[in-house]
Design a protein around this ligand. Structure first.
Ligand code: NAD
Ligand code: TYD
Length: 352
């Protein structure tokens, strides 16, 4: 079996669903269920003996040590993190706690387990750390896309905490020999994405007749990857990646934010026209920019493609249409996540 952390979040949840749709290998899913963790995402696994959910913190070394001893997983895949840049600006403490200290404790628990495994299992074991392209910093318009050998130049508390965790993972390989793999992926989008992030926020605000907030001039560029393509890349790296290596994951889909928002508006105009017949773009509102806002991210995924034969299945055009349709079809999931702490965040962030 495998142990996944953060499997009630956006990417981890998609990963667990996809894994169990394609394999009978059981998953222990360890998640703290912060505001971003949502068991509704995993409803279809109710009663499925292949899915064992444990509510816990990756920083709880003792509990993880016990879990590892009990279940003897062949791999640990670490998705658990605080993941939202805006929240890291208003409250960086949790990012340091989970992304840095939590990853350290997880690595130590895993090292203790791995170091006494019989030789064959020890060789086959993998610790896969899921990270982000944001650790590389910000690109100018004409710079080449990030490669695995780019320097780390993180600019936000979020990306700095992820960079720190990547360094710990690297050091645990170099110093202790732990067989680690790190993936650095570009911005994901797709089903079960918590609506504090740009794409789900815009879809849901549009449908609710609310403003579509664009930070600054809206010309910041992100490189978008459909979440299921990220999941397939992680499966491939787990299967065939070389311990100690890092792999960039991206879909060659660079877009300025304003184009992303206009695309969503155009799809909604077709699938769910406004009652007054006006276009959704009329709801676009330019708001104060994010402090220290990175201008451009872009991933060069050549290594993953060349060495492991991975390619994304979706283009931005196909993936975004599926995503909008999913939100239109998933009102129950949306209603459950947009209560409580979500509403508090929205009024704190956009209230003024
Ligand atoms: P998310 O915020 O949707 O989910 C994070 C999950 O981790 C939640 O279920 C949460 O409850 C859990 N969690 C948080 N702190 C925890 C702790 N201390 N112990 C145990 N569980 C904890 O995030 P996501 O978008 O699914 O991102 C998953 C991973 O992928 C993160 O490591 C993130 O840095 C990375 N990543 C995300 C993107 C993206 O575009 N979303 C892109 C590249 C990499
Ligand atoms: P986000 O989804 O928060 O991801 P990240 O900051 O990790 O790239 O934001 C994506 C882009 O959209 C980023 O450039 C910030 C911008 N953005 C807005 O313009 N308005 C918003 O309300 C949000 C949440 C993001």
């Amino acid at each position: 079996m495998i142990l996944v952390t953060g499997g009630a979040g956006f990417i981890g949840g998609n990963f667990v669903l996809d894994w169990l749709a394609q394999s009978d290998e059981p998953v222990i899913n360890l998640d703290k269920l912060t505001y971003a963790g949502n068991l509704d995402t995993l409803n279809s696994l109710d009663g499925d003996a292949r899915h064992i959910f444990v509510r816990a913190d990756i920083g709880d070394r003792e509990l993880i040590t016990k879990l590892l001893a009990e279940h003897q997983p062949r791999a640990v895949i670490n998705f658990a993190a605080e993941s939202h840049v805006d929240r890291s600006i208003s409250g960086p403490g949790e990012f340091i706690q989970t992304n840095v200290v939590g990853t350290f404790n997880l690595l130590e628990a895993v090292r203790g387990y791995w170091s006494v495994l019989p030789a064959e299992q020890k060789d086959a074991f993998r610790f896969l750390h899921v990270s982000t392209d944001e650790v590389y910093g910000s690109l100018e318009l004409n710079d080449p896309a990030f490669r695995e050998d780019n320097n780390y130049e993180p600019n936000s508390p979020y990306s700095a905490s992820k960079a720190a965790s990547d360094h710990l993972v690297r050091a645990w390989h170099h110093t202790y020999g732990l067989p680690v793999l790190t993936t650095n992926c570009s911005n994901n989008y797709g089903p079960y994405h918590f609506p504090e992030k740009l794409i789900p926020l815009v879809i849901l605000n549009a449908l609710a007749g609310k403003p579509l907030p664009i930070y600054g001039d809206g010309m910041q560029i992100r490189d978008w990857l459909y979440v299921k393509d990220h999941c397939s890349a992680i499966r491939r790296v787990l299967e065939a990646g070389k311990p100690g290596e890092t792999y960039n994951v991206g879909g060659w889909n660079e877009k300025p934010n304003i184009d992303v928002v206009k695309t969503i508006c155009a799809i909604l105009d077709q699938l769910k026209p406004r009652a007054d017949g006006k276009p959704y773009v009329e709801q676009i509102t330019y708001v104060t920019d994010r402090p220290g806002h990175d201008r451009r991210y872009a991933i060069d995924a050549t290594k993953l493609e060349r060495e492991l034969g991975w390619k994304p299945a979706e283009t931005f055009e196909t993936g975004i249409r599926k995503t909008v349709q999913w939100y239109l079809d998933s009102q129950d999931w949306v209603q459950n996540v947009t209560s409580g702490s979500y509403r508090e965040w929205v009024s704190k962030q956009y209230g003024a």
